[in-house]
Design a protein around this ligand. Structure first.
Ligand code: GLN
Length: 588
């Protein structure tokens, strides 16, 4: 397979005597890879990523190679500097890319690790164009939005097609049609569809049907106008998916069909659904998978035997969703508690573990700014488990430490993620080792006992973008520990990281002597990555983000362990497996 650098250098340079500019990677054959474009009209937040990933899953089940890509209109180079409160969580890929949370949806739905080639922002596009201009790649040309910037977008998509050898590239355009910052993406799609030839691309418009309470009926005008706007760009949608709180009526579907030249059968109703994992079945019931195969003329590439097996496995999983009824309550502390999207991967990981164990996991959000040792039993007295998730800065940290102390002393199952791992070290240092002044230098730069301090490599770094310790790393597991058992006695486990601080190496011995076990560390450095307390039913923390690699059919072991321990605590019954046996049963 060609490397990115080879692909880019092989791109033909432009010339001054032609208006055409459509760079292609070496060896690229137009028409071989098909493209499916997903765009939104009326409003953002329609679930374009969910729709696109579910459709991609159906095609992948049929033996096709699929590659998703998200195009973001904003000028940031990646999502690393975005506030999760505004944009949802920052999802980290194995190669260290900090990207939009939709990439998490694709990874989970497709059970596929993605890379930076699957995520593209306007910032990256313009950065590349400007670098090429300085390099002299455009020869004597004035560099223009069309054809140069759109050419760069098409090149990205074709590079992805080459790199992955995909049958279908699923292109999701962020925001909505009509956003100024997305207009050139849509123009690039239009050009690409033309250049690739007949039956090479399929345009899907997601739209929203309003249902004002005062009228009590569905209204399609906003959807019609949104689709018209798309058609003004020269794009004729092939499929229109109508999102709505309830099933969309045939009358509304007919109206949309009349106004958009899209056959009635291809104007589909997509009502809200309790779990995203039931959406593939919804799309399949409407025949969308075969409709797409017909539009792209790839019927002969489908492997239906592969599909039967994949679909049976998926249905086994979705059947368990309804059966997962035993309630358990897990508290999640954090400052972004009003926005569920900020913790999307954690919620997914809990859902996966819950479904696997037959549990309905209810989340109790706990805002920690006013929590003290005196009042912590109010929010946590009735919960079955506690998670302190990743975080930055100082707000609410003392409250988080009180929650961890309460979980440790009252034997409530605990999972600390990244910041929650660091806070657990501080709590232990203060309460058990007697280091009253223990803290993180992130929270208190001149604290007397900096048990959590800068990673040495971070001291040299300036600015905030893309420079934390990022991405997938192997963790060396210590034999005969809880972590080692949860990872089925493997020598290493791979997880994804995003941090600047670590356990200060000079405190490790003291902490271990007092009973804290560091059961996972970086293979060749003294970076502590998993901690546990053997005297506690389930107290574990990790510097990594285990939630990022949980998949529906392969729930993440640390989460399975937490939910199993929570079930055991709540129901006090011996017929519940302990965390390790639960993982052994499910994950082996
Ligand atoms: N703020 C902490 C650090 O930078 C933890 C980061 C996180 O939770 N992702 O190390």
């Amino acid at each position: 397979m060609a490397k990115d650098s080879e692909l880019l250098t092989s791109v033909s340079k432009t010339s001054t005597d032609s208006e055409f500019f459509s760079p292609m990677p070496a060896g690229y054959k137009p028409g071989r890879t098909k493209y499916l474009f997903v765009m939104g009209t009326v409003m953002s937040g329609l679930g374009k990523g969910i729709f696109s990933s579910c459709l991609a899953k159906l095609m992948q089940d049929k033996g096709l190679k699929v590659a998703p890509i998200k195009l973001e209109g904003y000028l940031n180079i990646d999502s690393g500097t975005l506030n999760p409160f505004r944009h949802g969580e920052v999802f980290i890929l194995d190669d260290g890319m900090e990207c939009d949370m939709d990439l998490g949806t694709y990874e989970r739905m497709l059970d596929q690790n993605l890379s930076r080639a699957n995520f593209c922002t306007s910032g990256q596009i313009f950065n590349d164009v400007l670098n090429k201009e300085r390099h002299g790649d455009y020869l004597g040309r004035d560099v223009q939005m069309i054809p140069h910037v759109t050419g760069e977008v098409k090149l990205r998509l074709r590079n992805l097609a080459m790199k992955t050898n995909a049958d279908v590239v699923f292109v999701e355009i962020g925001g909505t049609v009509g956003d100024l910052e997305n207009a050139y993406f849509i123009e690039a799609m239009r050009e690409l569809a033309y250049e690739e030839g007949q039956n090479s691309s399929c345009f899907v418009a997601l739209t929203y049907i309003l249902e004002p309470q005062t009228l009590g009926e569905q209204k399609s005008k906003a959807a019609q106008l949104g689709i018209k706007q798309l058609m003004q760009f020269g794009v004729q949608p092939d499929i229109i998916a109508c999102r709505c709180a309830s099933p969309v009526t045939d009358t509304v579907r007919q109206k949309i069909s009349v106004y958009s030249n899209v056959p009635f059968e291809r104007v589909i109703s997509l009502p809200d659904s309790a779990s995203i994992y039931t959406i593939p079945a919804m799309l399949r019931d409407r025949g969308l998978d075969f409709e797409v195969a017909r539009l792209l003329k790839i019927e002969e590439r489908l492997n239906l035997r592969h599909e039967r097996k994949a679909w049976a496995q998926w249905c086994d999983f979705t059947d368990k969703i309804e059966a997962a009824q035993k309630p358990v309550t897990i508290a999640i502390t954090g400052k972004y508690t009003s926005v569920r999207d900020s913790y999307a991967s954690i919620l997914n990981a809990l859902e996966h573990a819950g479904i696997a164990l037959g549990a309905k996991v209810n989340v109790k959000w706990v805002e920690t700014t006013s929590i003290t040792d005196a009042n912590v039993s109010e929010p946590l007295g009735d919960v079955d488990g506690v998670i302190v998730p990743g975080g930055f800065g100082t707000r609410g940290t003392e409250g988080k430490i009180c929650c961890i102390k309460f979980a440790r002393e009252d034997h409530i199952p605990y999972l600390g993620i990244c910041f929650g791992f660091q806070m657990a070290v501080i709590e232990f240092a203060r309460s058990v080792c007697g280091l009253k002044g223990a803290n993180s230098t992130e929270v208190e730069p001149n604290c007397p006992e900096p048990v959590i301090d800068y990673l040495p490599e971070q001291l040299k770094i300036e600015g905030l973008g893309g420079n934390m310790r990022l991405g997938g790393h192997d963790i060396e597991l210590k034999p005969d520990t809880l972590a080692w058992r949860l990872f089925l006695e493997a020598r290493t486990a791979r997880m994804r990281f995003r941090h600047r601080y670590e356990v200060a190496p000079r405190y490790i011995e003291l902490l271990e002597k007092a009973g804290l076990v560091f059961s996972g560390k970086a293979p060749n450095q003294p970076i502590m990555q998993i901690l546990e307390l053997p005297s506690h039913p389930y107290f574990i923390g990790t510097q990594a983000h285990p939630c990022l690699t949980s998949r529906p059919l392969r729930p993440q072991p640390m989460f399975v362990g937490l939910v199993a321990a929570a079930l055991k605590k709540r129901y006090l019954q011996n017929d519940f497996p302990d965390p390790v046996s639960a993982v052994q049963k499910l994950c082996s």
